[in-house]
Design a protein around this ligand. Structure first.
Ligand SMILES: Nc1ncnc2c1ncn2[C@@H]1O[C@H](COP(=O)(O)OP(=O)(O)OP(=O)(O)O)[C@@H](O)[C@H]1O
Ligand SMILES: Nc1nc2c(c(=O)[nH]1)N[C@H]1C(S)=C(S)[C@@H](COP(=O)(O)O)O[C@H]1N2
Length: 224
């Protein structure tokens, strides 16, 4: 893990900015069309009700390129959240987790653990995905800046699976998707308050961290 540098270009204060990085030799080389970024964008549009903008990058499985791209998205573009897809497997060219750990200042192992748990409901090869998550804190940024950077597997269908988790036919959550923990994580690192569509992904926050807790709403109703 390294210390991040600061190349501030300025972003609207409190505007949620999400970086989307598709890491694939073949998609970036034009062998097939990249479906990773559209899948990420579609899912986020369906799940997040807070206004946000995305910055996208399609790059090959090259460790230096991945590290430079992630650092730029956090330090210069000022993303609050960066999602990668691809390059998490055991093949020689799969180096996304190594690059992610190299640019991180704190490791967040729970996200990778939960993703593998969820994915085992879908494919036995889920254990082949080495995905990690980190916080990158930009050194000496004023105001302070940090982002959550998470790896997802490369199969486009795995994006919805890992972010949303698994529900049964009645809509009951069988395995919690990792995105449920993302809004509170972004709160804790000083980012914008993210709200979600509970029908797609119910964000979990402790009651004390809710902006509009149900109890407070009741308390705010004038007494008759
Ligand atoms: N960005 C992508 N767009 C569309 N399909 C993809 C993408 N990445 C992976 N896939 C699909 O998932 C399958 C398994 O992914 P695999 O792990 O082989 O690719 P990768 O290592 O992520 O990408 P690549 O081999 O191009 O560097 C691929 O054969 C392909 O069908
Ligand atoms: N949810 C989910 N997770 C998954 C998969 C999948 O199809 N769905 N594919 C697995 C396979 S086959 C591999 S090799 C690893 C790594 O994929 P990547 O190198 O494309 O990131 O992710 C695993 N995790």
């Amino acid at each position: 893990m390294t210390n991040a540098t600061n190349n501030d270009v300025g972003t609207e204060p409190n505007e949620l900015v999400i970086g989307l990085v598709s890491v694939s030799d073949r998609a970036s080389g034009g062998v097939y069309q990249d479906l990773g970024i559209p899948a990420l964008e579609d899912w986020l549009q369906s799940a997040i009700t807070t206004p946000f903008r995305v910055e996208t990058r399609l790059i090959p499985d090259d460790r230096a390129t991945i590290e430079a791209t992630l650092a730029e998205l956090v330090d210069t573009v000022k993303c609050h959240l960066v999602l990668t897809t691809g390059g998490t497997g055991p093949a020689r060219r799969d180096v996304t987790p190594e690059a992610t750990l190299a640019i991180g200042t704190k490791e967040m192992p729970g996200f990778g653990e939960q993703m593998r748990q969820i994915s085992l409901h879908f494919v036995p090869t889920a254990i082949l995905s080495r995905q990690v998550a980190v916080i990158r804190e930009t050194a000496d940024a004023s105001p302070p800046h940090a982002a959550l950077v998470m790896n997802l597997p490369g199969q486009p269908k795995s994006i919805k699976e890992t972010l949303e988790g698994l529900k049964d036919d009645a809509g009951k959550q069988v395995a919690a998707g990792i995105f449920a923990a993302v809004p509170y994580c972004i709160d804790l690192i000083g980012g914008p308050y993210i709200e979600t569509d509970a029908a797609v992904c119910k964000a979990f926050r402790p009651k004390s961290a809710l902006r509009n807790p149900p109890d407070n709403k009741a308390a705010a109703t004038p007494l008759q």
